[in-house]
Design a protein around this ligand. Sequence first.
Ligand SMILES: CC(C)(COP(=O)(O)OP(=O)(O)OC[C@H]1O[C@@H](n2cnc3c(N)ncnc32)[C@H](O)[C@@H]1OP(=O)(O)O)[C@@H](O)C(=O)NCCC(=O)NCCS
Length: 392
Amino acid sequence: MDYLPYDPGRDEPQLTAAQSAAFDVNPEHMALVIQKASHENIRVVREERNLAGGLFILPFGQWFMGRCVPTDGIAAVAVAPHMRGRGAAGRMMRGVLREARERGTPLSALFPASVTLYRKFGYELAGSRFSANLPTASIPRFEHNAKDADIRPIIESDVNEIRENQQTWTASGHGQLRRIDYLWNHIKHRRGQDALGFCVRENGRITGHIYYRQERAEDVHHQRMIVTDLAYTTPAAAQRLLTFMSDHRSLVQEVLLPTGPNESILTLFPELTFKLTLDIHWMIRILDASAALQQRGYPPATNGRLHLDITDDLFTENAGRFVLNLSNGTPTVENGGDGSFKLDIRTLASLYTGFSTATELATIGKIETTAEQAALADTIFAAPYPWMRDQF
Ligand SMILES: CC(C)(COP(=O)(O)OP(=O)(O)OC[C@H]1O[C@@H](n2cnc3c(N)ncnc32)[C@H](O)[C@@H]1OP(=O)(O)O)[C@@H](O)C(=O)NCCC(=O)NCCS
């Protein structure tokens, strides 16, 4: 099978058919999604006249401890039903990862339908996305002076400021994305449905926003609000957005918010009336260990040298010994060292994002090292729990 760039003239009907069959999306809508992914970011595998499958590359960034690391998100991986089980997905994944590595992109990220499948290509669990179910009647309300924290529908001229404010919000998170247009589109239009958008202004400046759609649970008197995006960068914006959700309580019984395990806004609830459920874990693949370690942020006062010895079956040039040197939180990475901290590239993914600690990973045999080295790695990779609002 051949791994190829997307050629709309040749591939469009078969790619649309493969992806709409895989994701249960109607073909007209799938064709629009393919348009929005930008043709240069689509790859396919073909066996002569037959398209076997395709995927989208989403070149975004992922924030880790205050630094944004370039990442290729992988989305819409699909193989035509009659072409499955013959190595098409494997051919695509190896192709796309090799390409990203050659471009110098240090990370790749995805939401897995099967963890087994992606582990074969070096991905490992690295963070999560939860869903909070907020009974609308229990959402706290706050007094507002409309002059201080005004909320109103988003209009086209707000979009740049909303993006900037959202960047400020995500940059303070760990695992959140620096979005590209495709992801903003995904928030505003999903499965053919448009989201409603409202923004908060304080002294003329946008400090928060929400995108959501309302859907009937049983009938018009029983509805839910499905939030597709929420960001707030001041106390007044967080409070105003909660009050806004509460203002829907006559017909909307529950608000569903994509979140992490401990989003700060939930601490404003007077009681634990909300329920958190795990939607899905996401995975990352470290394509260039040296660049990825160099480009991540670290706790500011951290010092120490970690002698990594990494194995990587897919990219042998990514394997070997590296020394990660932290000087007051500033990293440098050199080749060499004594290799006293041994791990596979997949294990490095879970450690890198703070999904697991080094001590935990050593306890289950995924890292071979001393207790002292594991404790040092725990301080180097110490981070808030990695989560993201987006799903792609
Ligand atoms: C998942 C999917 C992309 C796999 O495509 P495929 O071409 O059949 O996969 P391959 O033949 O290349 O398999 C590659 C490897 O992954 C394994 N694998 C494939 N599908 C798997 C699954 N669902 N669960 C576990 N392992 C799987 C294969 O056994 C193979 O391993 P091996 O090399 O050790 O034999 C395809 O079944 C599909 O399109 N499914 C519907 C859409 C979907 O789930 N997409 C993934 C979204 S994240």
